[in-house]
Ligand binder design. Structure first.
Ligand SMILES: C[S@@+](CC[C@H](N)C(=O)[O-])C[C@H]1O[C@@H](n2cnc3c(N)ncnc32)[C@H](O)[C@@H]1O
Length: 446
């Protein structure tokens, strides 16, 4: 079963199919996505009633311990687990996590009890195993006799330099954060290749490019640009292209592009920041926008032509392989594209190569505040690619960049738009907006 269309599967036939299977993972994904919404909207009693066949008989409430909530909330907010106390903001969605945990533990216990002579390998997520919360402690609480015979293995995605290093593995095992959790560590490499991620990204944004010619909501777009502190002049230059803005910030605030400069816009999308940059450089300067998506690039080139901006050109290219000579640009801007780069180091190194000595880069990118996205929630591909904010500065410094500023002012992911800005044109493709698979994220924001 794919991730989309869960709500369309007839409940009874799904149930029958999964009950016959000994796999628990399908069951977990289904539970977390399907009942989270019901739990948040209708409350625990209604959700427990709908999920009753997955739960131990007579389950009337979902109980989790305070440490587990503390851990869950810290993963969502990035708060240091050991320092401040958690807020109550995520108590609602935490109940959905508990529902999944209780159901998974029950399923595992049922299988174990049905096969007393067998041994089992139970694969649980890192959040469960590293901190021994959620499923493992529920299974063993039910079967204390199994404690001496069981062994916990923590799995970690590792890069190739440390994958086989015994010394590193030993160091991790002995470090305090793992002390009480696992008996062994399984280090593995992510199987999804960086090239596969980029192919998916290009496909997603080709769909955006295909509907970019349809009229969007200009008033809303202008309100967003204004909120992000684009100047009135910038907004006037964006003109009706403003509704094709897809960025996450305002790179011009720090780029301060000057007349006559040579500018590169990395992951330019439909070109809004490039148009603004080209206005700032004037005809004696030059702007090149690169993007993985050919349909966005084609649209942006058509717009540059009709705007008669001859010093502006868009090219299909990967930011890891920029088709420009060394030290050939004065300024690099990028807005919302580094969020998607699977290999940030390679991408930043390529920027360093094409930037002239003394040049400037201004990159707007979404980041994570914590080191791990919480489990039990399906995150969009881009969020899985986000870099941790504190890693950005050291990464750039390591590559040779100087005078690095990480500006996280005005970086809220949610803000109120005036009501009169109206709604979006549903015929225009949006990367996250049209995808029912991620509706649960709106509930996390509530
Ligand atoms: C969120 S959009 C932002 C577009 C544009 N900068 C804006 O602000 O409107 C991200 C863009 O980055 C592009 N992108 C992602 N990875 C890229 C890569 N490796 N090389 C070039 N472009 C990339 C995508 O195709 C997409 O157009």
């Amino acid at each position: 079963m794919g991730t989309e269309g869960h709500d369309l599967v007839p409940y009874e036939s799904f149930l029958e199919k999964t009950r016959q299977s000994s796999s628990v993972s399908l069951h977990a994904g289904f539970l977390s996505r399907t009942y989270a919404r019901q739990l948040m909207k209708e409350g625990e009693t209604a959700a427990l009633q709908s999920a009753r066949l997955w739960l131990p008989p007579n389950t009337t409430q979902l109980q989790g311990n305070e440490f587990h909530y503390n851990l869950f909330e810290s993963m969502i907010t990035g708060r240091n687990l050991a320092e401040d106390a958690p807020s109550d903001t995520f108590r609602g969605i935490f109940q959905a996590q508990l529902l999944k945990d209780v159901a998974m533990a029950h399923r595992i216990n049922t299988i174990i009890e049905g096969h007393p002579d067998d041994r089992f390998l139970v694969l649980a997520g890192n959040g469960h195993v590293s901190h021994y919360q959620g499923v493992p402690e529920r299974v063993l609480a039910q079967h204390p006799d199994l404690i001496p015979q069981s062994c916990l293995i923590v799995s970690r995605v590792w890069n190739e330099t440390t994958l086989l290093s015994e010394a590193t593995a030993a160091q991790i095992v002995s470090s305090s954060s793992y002390e009480n959790a696992a008996d062994y560590i399984l280090a593995y490499q992510e199987t999804r290749t960086e090239e596969a991620v980029k192919k998916d990204v290009a496909e997603m944004y080709n769909q955006v490019g295909d509907t970019a010619h349809l009229e969007g909501n200009l008033m809303r777009a202008r309100a967003i640009l204004k909120y992000l502190e684009y100047t009135d002049d910038d907004i006037a230059v964006a003109g009706r292209d403003a509704y094709n803005y897809q960025g996450v910030g305002n790179p011009h605030k720090h780029a301060q592009i000057q007349p006559g400069e040579r500018v590169l816009d990395v992951g330019c999308g439909l070109g809004v920041d490039s148009f603004i940059a080209a206005h700032r450089t004037g005809p004696h300067g030059q702007v090149i926008g690169i993007d993985l998506s050919h349909s966005e690039v084609e649209h942006a080139n058509r717009r540059a032509q009709s705007r008669e901006m001859k010093h502006l050109e868009f090219i299909v290219a990967d930011m890891e392989h920029i088709p420009l000579p060394d030290a050939s640009v004065d300024v690099i801007v990028s807005n919302g594209a580094f969020c998607l780069a699977p290999n940030k180091k390679k991408a930043f190194a390529e920027l360093f190569r094409v930037l002239r000595p003394g040049g400037r880069i201004s990159i707007c990118t979404s980041t994570l505040r914590s080191h791990q996205l919480p489990e039990g929630v399906q995150w969009p591909l881009c969020m899985e690619m986000f870099i941790v904010k504190d890693q950005l500065g050291p990464l750039c410094a390591e590559l040779g960049f100087e005078n690095i500023v990480v500006d996280d002012s005005n970086s809220k992911m949610v803000y109120e738009l005036p009501e009169e800005t109206g709604t979006l044109n549903p015929d225009r493709h949006r990367v996250h907006g049209n995808n029912p698979a991620f509706r649960h994220l709106e509930e996390i924001n509530e």
